[in-house]
Design a protein around this ligand. Structure first.
Ligand code: SAJ
Length: 469
């Protein structure tokens, strides 16, 4: 992602739309002081977590003219960044090198530097624990670092996807209490410090939408908090969408990703139904997409990967369970989506059977292990489940992925096969699990005995060798 040059005049054009308190200086001295530092871009921005969200954000803040202090638990990542090297696919090394050289950006494992920051943005992971409950440990760890270095006048923004209520129930109470340590009385949110939630909306590998041009939803704990958060992001990003509270902003993100998970679950069940009906799912979806209104295509696949779509909706369903409500769509979508790896392996078994072969003892090549095309991310990838299931049935499994040379993940240690036009010939069957661009699928088809295509990437080829889900 090349960070876009920032139009300097955006500040004046946006305020009328998004400010909720008087623009006069009738707020606390901390409010007025921070507002001034945001407007002249002298505020120092702290970013906790320099991953696929935090690093692009830091570069975008730099491009907008703010200095950034990055915080990471990983010394290796800190060293890479301070040497001017990016490890995030969407962030060019040239951007990191440029801002490090200008002394606009540096990374550190020393979280005590948080006290120097005027704004602290939290971009840490929010995975699921083995119990399938939210794992809040990363947010709590970041919060503890902030508490230990907290001072009056700071704006804290949580960007990590989480259940509605986290900002107010977890962050606010502890930050107010931090004042007791320092001043013997609670800090007052909206006067002594400021707190907001603003969900990240990063689509890894998306060539069109980046941190700068993706509209930013912002919800402050108080009106003053929302004002300052909106002023901050208005200085950096193209469009701000202000909502009334952090809970609303937290829910916006969960609706976005639950919408995807549920619709992907629907279309995966359509694929299962079409298989039983002997209908081509992909033809049906393509034809339904001709409807110019009221329809949005989603596509079946080997399952749901990534660190967001398979996980975020479970944060919502967990929260609702604490309120004695069952989020049925989310649970049903999880059930269907997580059944897709097994559905694909059954397809492999059925296809081999046509050649009087069993999965047991067959050589199988899994094409693509990244969780979606043209990225190098393995997290929650259904390809990993497919490899496990094939191995459990006695298959000899190899994989090829141009973005992932080796795997050491979830009990699998493998190196990618080397691409050659005749690669497919070495196997009884090939499973296309990730539809990376730039693969010579014509050569793969020509030299393979059988192919199970879970992504319809061979849609332009006609061959008896091809089985689709
Ligand atoms: N998938 C399907 N069928 C589809 C679409 C996706 O099977 O029709 C699968 C993908 O192969 C992948 C998983 O679902 O395994 C997630 O796909 P995704 O495109 O939602 O990819 P993510 O998780 O990298 O990015 C999403 C963002 N994607 C889009 O909006 C297109 C967005 O929802 C969030 O900004 C981001 O997660 C996030 O960080 O929350």
């Amino acid at each position: 992602m090349s960070v876009v040059a920032f139009p300097q005049n955006i500040t004046t054009t946006k305020f009328a739309e998004i400010m909720r308190t008087s623009t006069e200086s009738n707020q606390s001295p901390e409010y007025d002081n921070l507002k001034a530092k945001l407007l002249d871009r002298s505020a120092l921005i702290g970013v906790i977590g320099l991953g696929y969200v935090g690093l692009p954000l830091a570069m975008t803040f730099n491009t907008a003219g703010f200095k950034v202090q990055g915080f990471e638990k990983s010394p290796q990542k800190v060293d890479f960044l301070n040497d001017g090297v990016s490890y995030i696919q969407d962030v060019p090394t040239a951007d990191v090198a440029k801002f490090v050289k200008k002394e606009f950006f540096s990374a550190s494992v020393n979280f005590s530097k948080l006290k120097d920051c005027d704004v602290v943005v939290i971009c840490v992971p929010t995975p699921l624990a083995k119990s399938q409950d939210p794992d809040m440990s990363y947010i709590i760890s970041a919060l503890e670092s902030i508490e230990q270095n907290f001072r009056k006048g700071q704006l804290i923004v949580l960007e990590s996807t989480t259940y509605p209520g986290t900002t107010r129930e977890v962050m606010l109470t502890r930050l107010e209490a931090a004042g007791l340590e320092q001043m013997g009385k609670k800090f007052e949110c909206g006067k002594d410090f400021f707190l907001a939630f603003s969900p990240e909306r990063v689509d890894p590998g998306n060539p069109k939408f980046n941190t700068f041009n993706t509209p930013k939803v912002v919800g402050g704990v108080t009106e003053a908090c929302g004002d300052l958060a909106c002023i901050f992001y208005s200085q950096v990003l193209e469009k701000i969408v202000r909502v009334s509270s952090p809970e609303s902003a937290e829910m916006v993100k969960l609706l976005e990703n639950t919408f995807r998970a549920v619709n992907i679950g629907l279309v995966n069940e359509v694929a299962i139904m079409c298989e039983k009906l002997g209908i081509d799912t992909w033809e049906v979806i393509e034809a339904a997409s001709s409807k110019p209104f009221g329809f949005m295509p989603f596509y079946p696949g080997p399952g749901l990967g990534g660190h967001c779509i398979p996980i975020d909706p479970s944060y919502l369903s967990w929260k609702l369970r604490t309120l004695d409500y069952t989020a049925r769509f989310i649970e049903l979508a999880n059930n269907i989506n997580s059944s897709m790896p097994a559905f694909c392996v059954e397809k492999v078994a059925h296809t081999l059977n046509a050649d009087r072969k069993a999965v047991n003892g067959s050589k199988v090549l899994v094409m693509g292990v990244a969780y979606k095309k043209d990225i190098d991310d393995l997290r929650e990838s259904p390809s990993i489940d497919i490899i496990h299931l094939l191995k459990e049935r006695g298959a000899q499994v190899h994989y090829y992925d141009p973005f992932i040379p080796e795997i050491a993940y979830e009990g699998i240690e493998m190196k990618s096969a080397t691409w050659s036009e005749k690669l497919g010939a070495e196997y009884d069957i090939v499973v296309i699990a990730t539809d990376h661009s730039g693969v010579d699928y014509a050569a793969l088809l020509k030299n393979s005995k059988r192919i199970v295509d879970t992504r319809n990437v061979l849609k332009n080829f006609k061959s008896e060798k091809i089985s689709k889900i």
